[in-house]
Ligand binder design. Structure first.
Ligand SMILES: [Zn+2]
Length: 322
């Protein structure tokens, strides 16, 4: 698993590579990427793309074109035709509560408390489809991809989540409606009860004109640390800098089986607990080798680079949903 920045995570499950809400370019609408740029290899080979909602920092057509027009894309129900008109050939729609199987992965759309309109909550023209999160499951492992959401009761109905990708901030100095700040994201953890949580939706995009202000520089770093402090008792928080591999832990050891009486005939050899070619012992969630675990207190600025443009921030809300 690798956190590519903002809501973009690349992970492998059952041998398939999933990309969530891909934002891969140096510019996204009126926002600039302040995290390190991504190399093409970080998105190459995707088997499935998940789109949580239509806002420009989640459904980013130039990034989707980089991945390829023929890669399967799951979008909220009602958004398929809009994307197909832009040349994407394998678009599948999911409404909240619906599931599909793609590439051997079971994907279920779950509720998200967030504006579903392409241009954010303040406009009424243009495409509209309900914002969703996703559960991605295979081989007994479930990843919860929250998308953008505020707290809601349905979170407590998500069961058996192994890894949650939870938003803890955004791209601006303030959060609009339908978002989680670090403390509310910790509340979400108490509802969802994931074994491991990766804070996302922070440290990646900013308004060019204010990216260098003291407040914004703080907000590009602090949200996941505040989240880690607030949620530490309830989940294992893996604070990962944009672009870095997520240091997933090995799965919990299986309980020892009770002693069996000696068999009369030659028994079959015991089944291995792990796939032989899985370096982490986890056959489902392959960990990228060479990753290091980011301790919250050791984190530094995620980005040395801030693009120098002073492009006006006007119209950003219309280009990138908050
Ligand atoms: Zn967003």
């Amino acid at each position: 698993m690798r956190f590519l920045g903002h809501s973009t995570v690349r992970f492998e499950l059952a041998g398939k590579t999933v990309l969530t809400d891909p934002v891969l370019t140096g510019r996204v609408g009126g926002l600039t990427r302040v995290a390190e740029p991504l190399a093409p290899g970080t998105w190459a080979g995707a088997d499935l793309v998940l789109i949580s909602h239509l806002h420009g920092d989640h459904l980013h057509v130039p990034s989707l074109r980089l991945i390829g027009q023929d890669v399967p894309i799951v979008v909220p129900r009602g958004a398929g035709a809009w994307l197909r008109r832009r040349g994407f050939t394998r678009v599948r729609e999911l409404d909240v509560g619906e599931s599909l199987v793609e590439e051997g992965l079971t994907v279920t759309a779950v509720r998200a408390e967030h504006s579903g309109h392409r241009w954010g909550p303040r406009f009424t023209h243009g495409p509209q489809a309900p914002a969703t999160g996703h559960l991605v499951a295979a081989g007994g492992t479930t990843v919860y991809v929250a998308g953008d959401t505020d707290l809601h009761d349905g979170m407590s109905e998500l069961s058996e989540v192994d890894v949650a990708l939870l938003p803890v901030w955004g791209w601006g100095p303030n959060l609009g409606p339908g978002h989680l700040d670090p403390e509310r994201a910790a509340e979400a953890v108490r509802l969802v009860r994931p074994r491991v949580t990766v804070p996302v939706h922070w440290g990646t995009l900013a308004v060019p004109g204010i990216a260098r202000t003291a407040r914004m520089r703080r907000l590009l770093v602090e949200p996941p640390l505040r989240f880690a402090d607030a949620a530490a008792d309830d989940t294992e928080v893996l604070v990962t800098q944009p672009g870095d591999a997520v240091p997933l832990p090995a799965p919990p050891a299986l309980p020892a089986k009770p002693a069996q009486p000696a068999p009369l005939a030659s028994p079959a050899p015991p089944a291995p607990l792990a796939t032989p070619n899985s370096p982490t012992g986890n056959p489902q969630l392959a960990r990228t080798e060479g990753s290091t675990r980011a301790h919250p207190r050791e984190s530094s600025l995620p980005c040395g680079r801030v693009a120098g443009s002073a492009r006006s921030s006007r119209g950003i809300g219309a280009e990138v949903g908050r």
